[in-house]
Ligand binder design. Structure first.
Ligand SMILES: Nc1ncnc2c1ncn2[C@@H]1O[C@H](COP(=O)(O)OP(=O)(O)OP(=O)(O)O)[C@@H](O)[C@H]1O
Ligand SMILES: [Mg+2]
Length: 256
């Protein structure tokens, strides 16, 4: 389904929408600190960032630059110490934990580095689980999931358990699970980190195809320069801050 402003569930006279509806995610002056003994680590340091609907963007940056922290904040797995995050135009700061969980369930799809599939559920059931908790009527599950498996090139693997699948196949099931509920954005923290380079590029190709053909918005992190090159936008983090234009400052000065 192509998203439009009309399909926005909270839009209307009594709307709680405060951000820009064209943005899947809007981050305003967000900071996150961790305490280490007497010191505070500024994991995210006053970031402003918008991800428009339909983007295919990568978070790049050295280890410790804040990529996972930022993805966890956007995904509502953690809360910022300062600033505002809007998901699909909805402010998250004043939300209770239950409200945030509800929002996460409907607006965010996650793909994790270590797959995070439930080992005692089949591939089909791992994806179906999301539809069940979203309250989608059971009669629609089979058709929807089988179509998705076909699109992702994993038809016939529905009844296998995760340990019976290769890393690349598990990651495709994880992508199916992430997009089955039509989220505003799919967040993926190093989705290719455990894959060989051929499987990594094949997974990226698939994500890009979903972005082009279905308009799925992606924000993923990666260390791998070949993976970073596939993105249409590179957001470069360093010490919890975004580097302007995604280029290191000396190169920007050289260009200017
Ligand atoms: N739970 C925590 N407690 C204390 N410090 C933390 C915690 N999580 C992250 N940090 C610190 O916050 C900073 C950002 O960490 P983060 O995991 O976001 O980096 P990253 O860019 O994802 O790194 P990597 O590429 O290694 O995954 C680092 O200095 C890290 O040590
Ligand atoms: Mg990380």
């Amino acid at each position: 389904m192509k998203e439009s402003e009309h399909s926005h569930p909270e839009k209307g006279a009594h709307s709680a929408v405060e951000g820009n509806l064209m943005n899947a995610v809007e981050i305003k002056n967000v900071s996150k600190y961790y305490q280490e003994g007497e010191f505070f680590v500024k994991a995210i340091d006053g970031i402003d960032l918008s991800i428009s609907r339909g983007e295919f963007a990568v978070l790049a940056g050295p280890s410790g630059s804040g990529k996972s922290t930022l993805l966890n904040l956007i995904g509502g797995l953690d809360r910022p110490d300062k600033g505002e995050i809007f998901l699909d135009g909805l402010a998250t700061r004043e939300k209770s934990d239950d409200e945030l969980t509800f929002l996460r369930l409907h607006k965010i799809g996650f793909v994790f580095q270590a797959y995070n599939l439930v080992p005692v559920l089949t591939a089909f059931e791992n994806v179906q689980f999301i539809l069940q908790i979203q309250g989608v009527p059971e009669k629609h599950h089979r058709e929807k999931i089988l179509a998705l498996f076909a699109e992702l090139g994993i038809s016939g693997l529905e009844n296998r358990f995760p340990p019976q699948l290769s890393g690349g196949q598990q990651q495709r099931v994880a992508v199916a699970r992430a997009i089955v509920g039509n989220p505003a954005i799919v967040l993926a923290d190093e989705p290719t980190a455990n894959l060989d380079s051929e499987s990594a590029l094949s997974l990226l190709g698939l994500m890009k195809q979903l972005n082009k053909e279905k308009g799925v918005t992606f924000l993923f992190s990666s260390h791998d320069s070949r993976v970073v090159e596939t993105a249409s936008r590179v957001i470069k983090l360093r010490d919890g801050k975004i580097e302007p234009c995604g280029l290191p400052l000396p190169q920007q000065k050289a260009i200017a």
